[in-house]
Design a protein around this ligand. Structure first.
Ligand code: NAD
Length: 430
C-alpha cells in the first residue's frame, strides 16, 4: 500500500486560517478520510493528483511582439472514468489553485454519479487585456500543448471563469485538426451549432437554484416570500438571478468585479440583463442604487449565492453574514474557518460540489450526445438534470441527518467513498 504522508496538495494544509483553495480542499479531504477511517495509503492515493502539466504558451501579439504566458492542466483522479473539468482564464490562476479545483471536480463527478474523474485547467491571463484574435491564438496553443493528455476518453475540458462557448469551439477545432478528423466529444460547453447540448449554458445556474429552493424549503422559508443576494453576474450568477426571480424570490443585491447594486423591493432581472449586456457590468443598472460589494455578502437576505471566485467568505466576514441559507454557485467560496463560524451559527450551506454540479451533469449529457452524434430535446435535458439534482440533494441531506454531519461533510464523505471504492475494485497495477 502507498504510504506517502505528504503529497503536492497536502503540504499546503494550514494550521491557521489560510485563504488558499488548496488548503480548503485538503482540509475537507482529510476530514472525510478520517470520518471513513481510511489509512494513510488510501488517503495519499486520493490526495495526489494523478497527472499535472505546466506549459509555456508563447503568443504573437497583434503588435508583432512575442510574450509567453503560463498554462496548466491537472488531472486529479481517473479511477471512475476520463478526467473532466473546466478551463479558467484569470490572472490569479496558479498550479495550486488548479489542483484544488481539480480535486473538487473529482468529488463533484462522484457525488452526481457521472462516470468521470476530476480535472481542471487554467491560463494565467486577464482575458480583458487581449484582443479576440490573441485569445484565439492563446487558446489554440494552450490546447495544442496539453493535447497529449486530452481526448473524449482521456480528459474533457469545459468553460469556467473567463472562458466560454467560443473558447470551447477553438479547443475542439485545434484538437480535431491535429487528430485529422472532427472529435466533438473532446470538450463540452460547445456552441449548439457544433454539437453543444441544449440546456448546457443555463445548467449550472438551474442546478444552483434547484438546490437553493430545496434548502430554503427545508429551513421553512417560502421561496415566494424569500429574498436573495448574488455575488458574481457571469455565466453562473447571471442565470441564478434569472431563475431565482422566475421562482418568485426577490433578489435585492447583485455584484460583479466592477461593483455592486441593490434594490430593496427587488432588482428587475430583465433590466439588469439588458444593462449588463449593454455596458458589461451591473453597475448603474436603472432602478438600483450602488452599494459596497462586500455588503452583498452580508446583506439582510434569506439566501446568499456566492457565484464569483474562491475564499470570499472568511473569518473576517463570516460572523456578519445574515443569510440563513448559502448555496455555493462558485467553487470554494467559503474558507474552512468561515465554514466553522457559519455552521456554528446554524447557517445551512449547500456545498459547491452539490450546488453547482448542474454544469457537469449537462456536460456529461453533451458528451454522451456528441459521442453518439445525436441530440436530446431541451425538455429531456432539463428533466434529467432535475432528476439528478433532486437525487443528489436527497442523498446528501439524508446522509447528513443519519450521520450528524454538515451538508459539506456529508457530500464530501459520499463522494470520497465512491472514489475510494473505485480504487479498491481496480486495485494497484502492477
Ligand atoms: P464568469 O467568468 O462567467 O463570471 C464570473 C463573474 O464573477 C463575473 O460577473 C465577474 O465580474 C464576477 N467577479 C469576479 N470577481 C469578483 C469579485 N471579487 N466580486 C464580485 N464579483 C466578481 O465565470 P462563471 O463561469 O460564472 O464561474 C463563476 C464561478 O462558478 C467560478 O467559481 C466557477 O468555477 C464556478 N462554476 C462555473 C461553472 C460553469 O458552468 N461556468 C460550473 C460550476 C462552477
Amino acid at each position: 500500500m502507498t504510504t506517502l504522508l505528504t503529497s503536492p496538495t497536502e503540504r499546503h494544509t494550514p494550521s491557521i486560517e489560510n485563504h488558499s483553495p488548496l488548503a480548503a480542499a485538503c482540509a475537507q479531504l482529510r476530514s472525510a478520510s478520517d470520518h471513513l477511517g481510511f489509512d494513510e495509503g488510501m488517503h495519499a492515493m486520493l490526495a495526489h493528483p494523478r497527472r499535472e502539466m505546466t506549459v509555456a504558451v508563447p503568443l504573437r501579439r497583434d503588435n508583432g511582439e512575442t510574450t509567453v504566458v503560463t498554462g496548466y492542466r491537472v488531472q486529479h483522479n481517473l479511477s471512475r472514468g476520463p478526467a473532466k473539468g473546466g478551463v479558467r482564464f484569470h490572472p490569479a490562476v496558479t498550479l495550486d489553485e488548479v489542483r484544488a479545483l481539480a480535486m473538487w471536480m473529482t468529488w463533484k463527478c462522484a457525488l452526481l454519479d457521472v462516470p468521470y474523474g476530476g480535472a481542471k485547467g487554467g491560463v494565467a491571463i486577464d482575458p480583458s487585456k487581449f484582443s479576440n484574435p490573441e485569445l484565439e491564438r492563446i487558446t489554440r496553443r494552450y490546447t495544442s500543448e496539453i493535447s497529449p493528455i486530452l481526448g473524449p476518453a482521456q480528459d474533457i475540458p469545459a468553460p469556467d471563469i473567463g472562458t466560454d462557448e467560443q473558447t470551447m469551439a477553438w479547443m475542439m477545432d485545434t484538437y480535431s485538426v491535429n487528430q485529422g478528423y472532427t472529435i466533438g466529444g473532446v470538450v463540452t460547453g460547445k456552441p449548439f451549432a457544433l454539437g453543444g447540448s441544449l440546456g448546457r449554458p443555463s445548467a449550472t445556474s438551474r442546478g444552483v437554484v434547484h438546490v437553493a429552493l430545496a434548502a430554503l424549503r427545508s429551513t421553512d422559508i417560502d421561496p415566494e416570500t424569500a429574498t436573495a443576494a448574488v455575488q458574481g453576474y457571469g455565466k453562473v450568477g447571471g442565470g441564478v438571478v434569472d431563475f431565482l426571480c422566475e421562482a418568485g424570490v426577490r433578489v435585492t443585491a447583485v455584484s460583479d468585479q466592477y461593483g455592486a447594486v441593490a434594490a430593496p423591493a427587488g432588482i428587475d432581472p430583465l433590466a439588469l440583463r439588458a444593462h449588463a449586456s449593454a455596458t458589461g457590468s451591473v453597475v448603474q443598472c436603472p432602478g438600483t442604487s450602488e452599494i459596497d460589494p462586500e455588503d452583498v455578502l452580508t446583506a439582510d437576505v434569506d439566501l446568499l449565492v456566492p457565484a464569483a471566485v474562491e475564499s470570499v467568505l472568511h473569518s473576517g466576514n463570516a460572523d456578519r453574514v445574515k443569510a440563513r441559507v448559502i448555496a455555493e454557485g462558485a467553487n470554494g467560496p467559503t474558507t474552512p474557518a468561515a465554514d466553522a463560524v457559519l455552521t456554528e451559527r446554524g447557517v445551512v450551506i449547500v456545498p459547491d460540489i452539490l450546488a453547482n454540479a448542474g454544469g457537469v451533469v449537462v456536460s456529461y449529457f453533451e458528451w454522451v450526445q456528441s459521442n453518439q452524434s445525436y441530440r436530446w430535446s431541451a425538455e429531456l435535458v432539463d428533466e434529467r438534470l432535475s432528476a439528478r439534482m433532486s437525487e443528489a440533494w436527497t442523498g446528501v441531506t439524508d446522509f447528513a441527518r443519519q450521520r450528524g454531519l454538515t451538508l459539506r461533510e456529508a457530500a464530501t464523505v459520499l463522494a470520497v467513498q465512491r472514489v475510494a471504492e473505485a480504487h479498491r475494485l481496480r486495485g494497484l497495477y502492477p
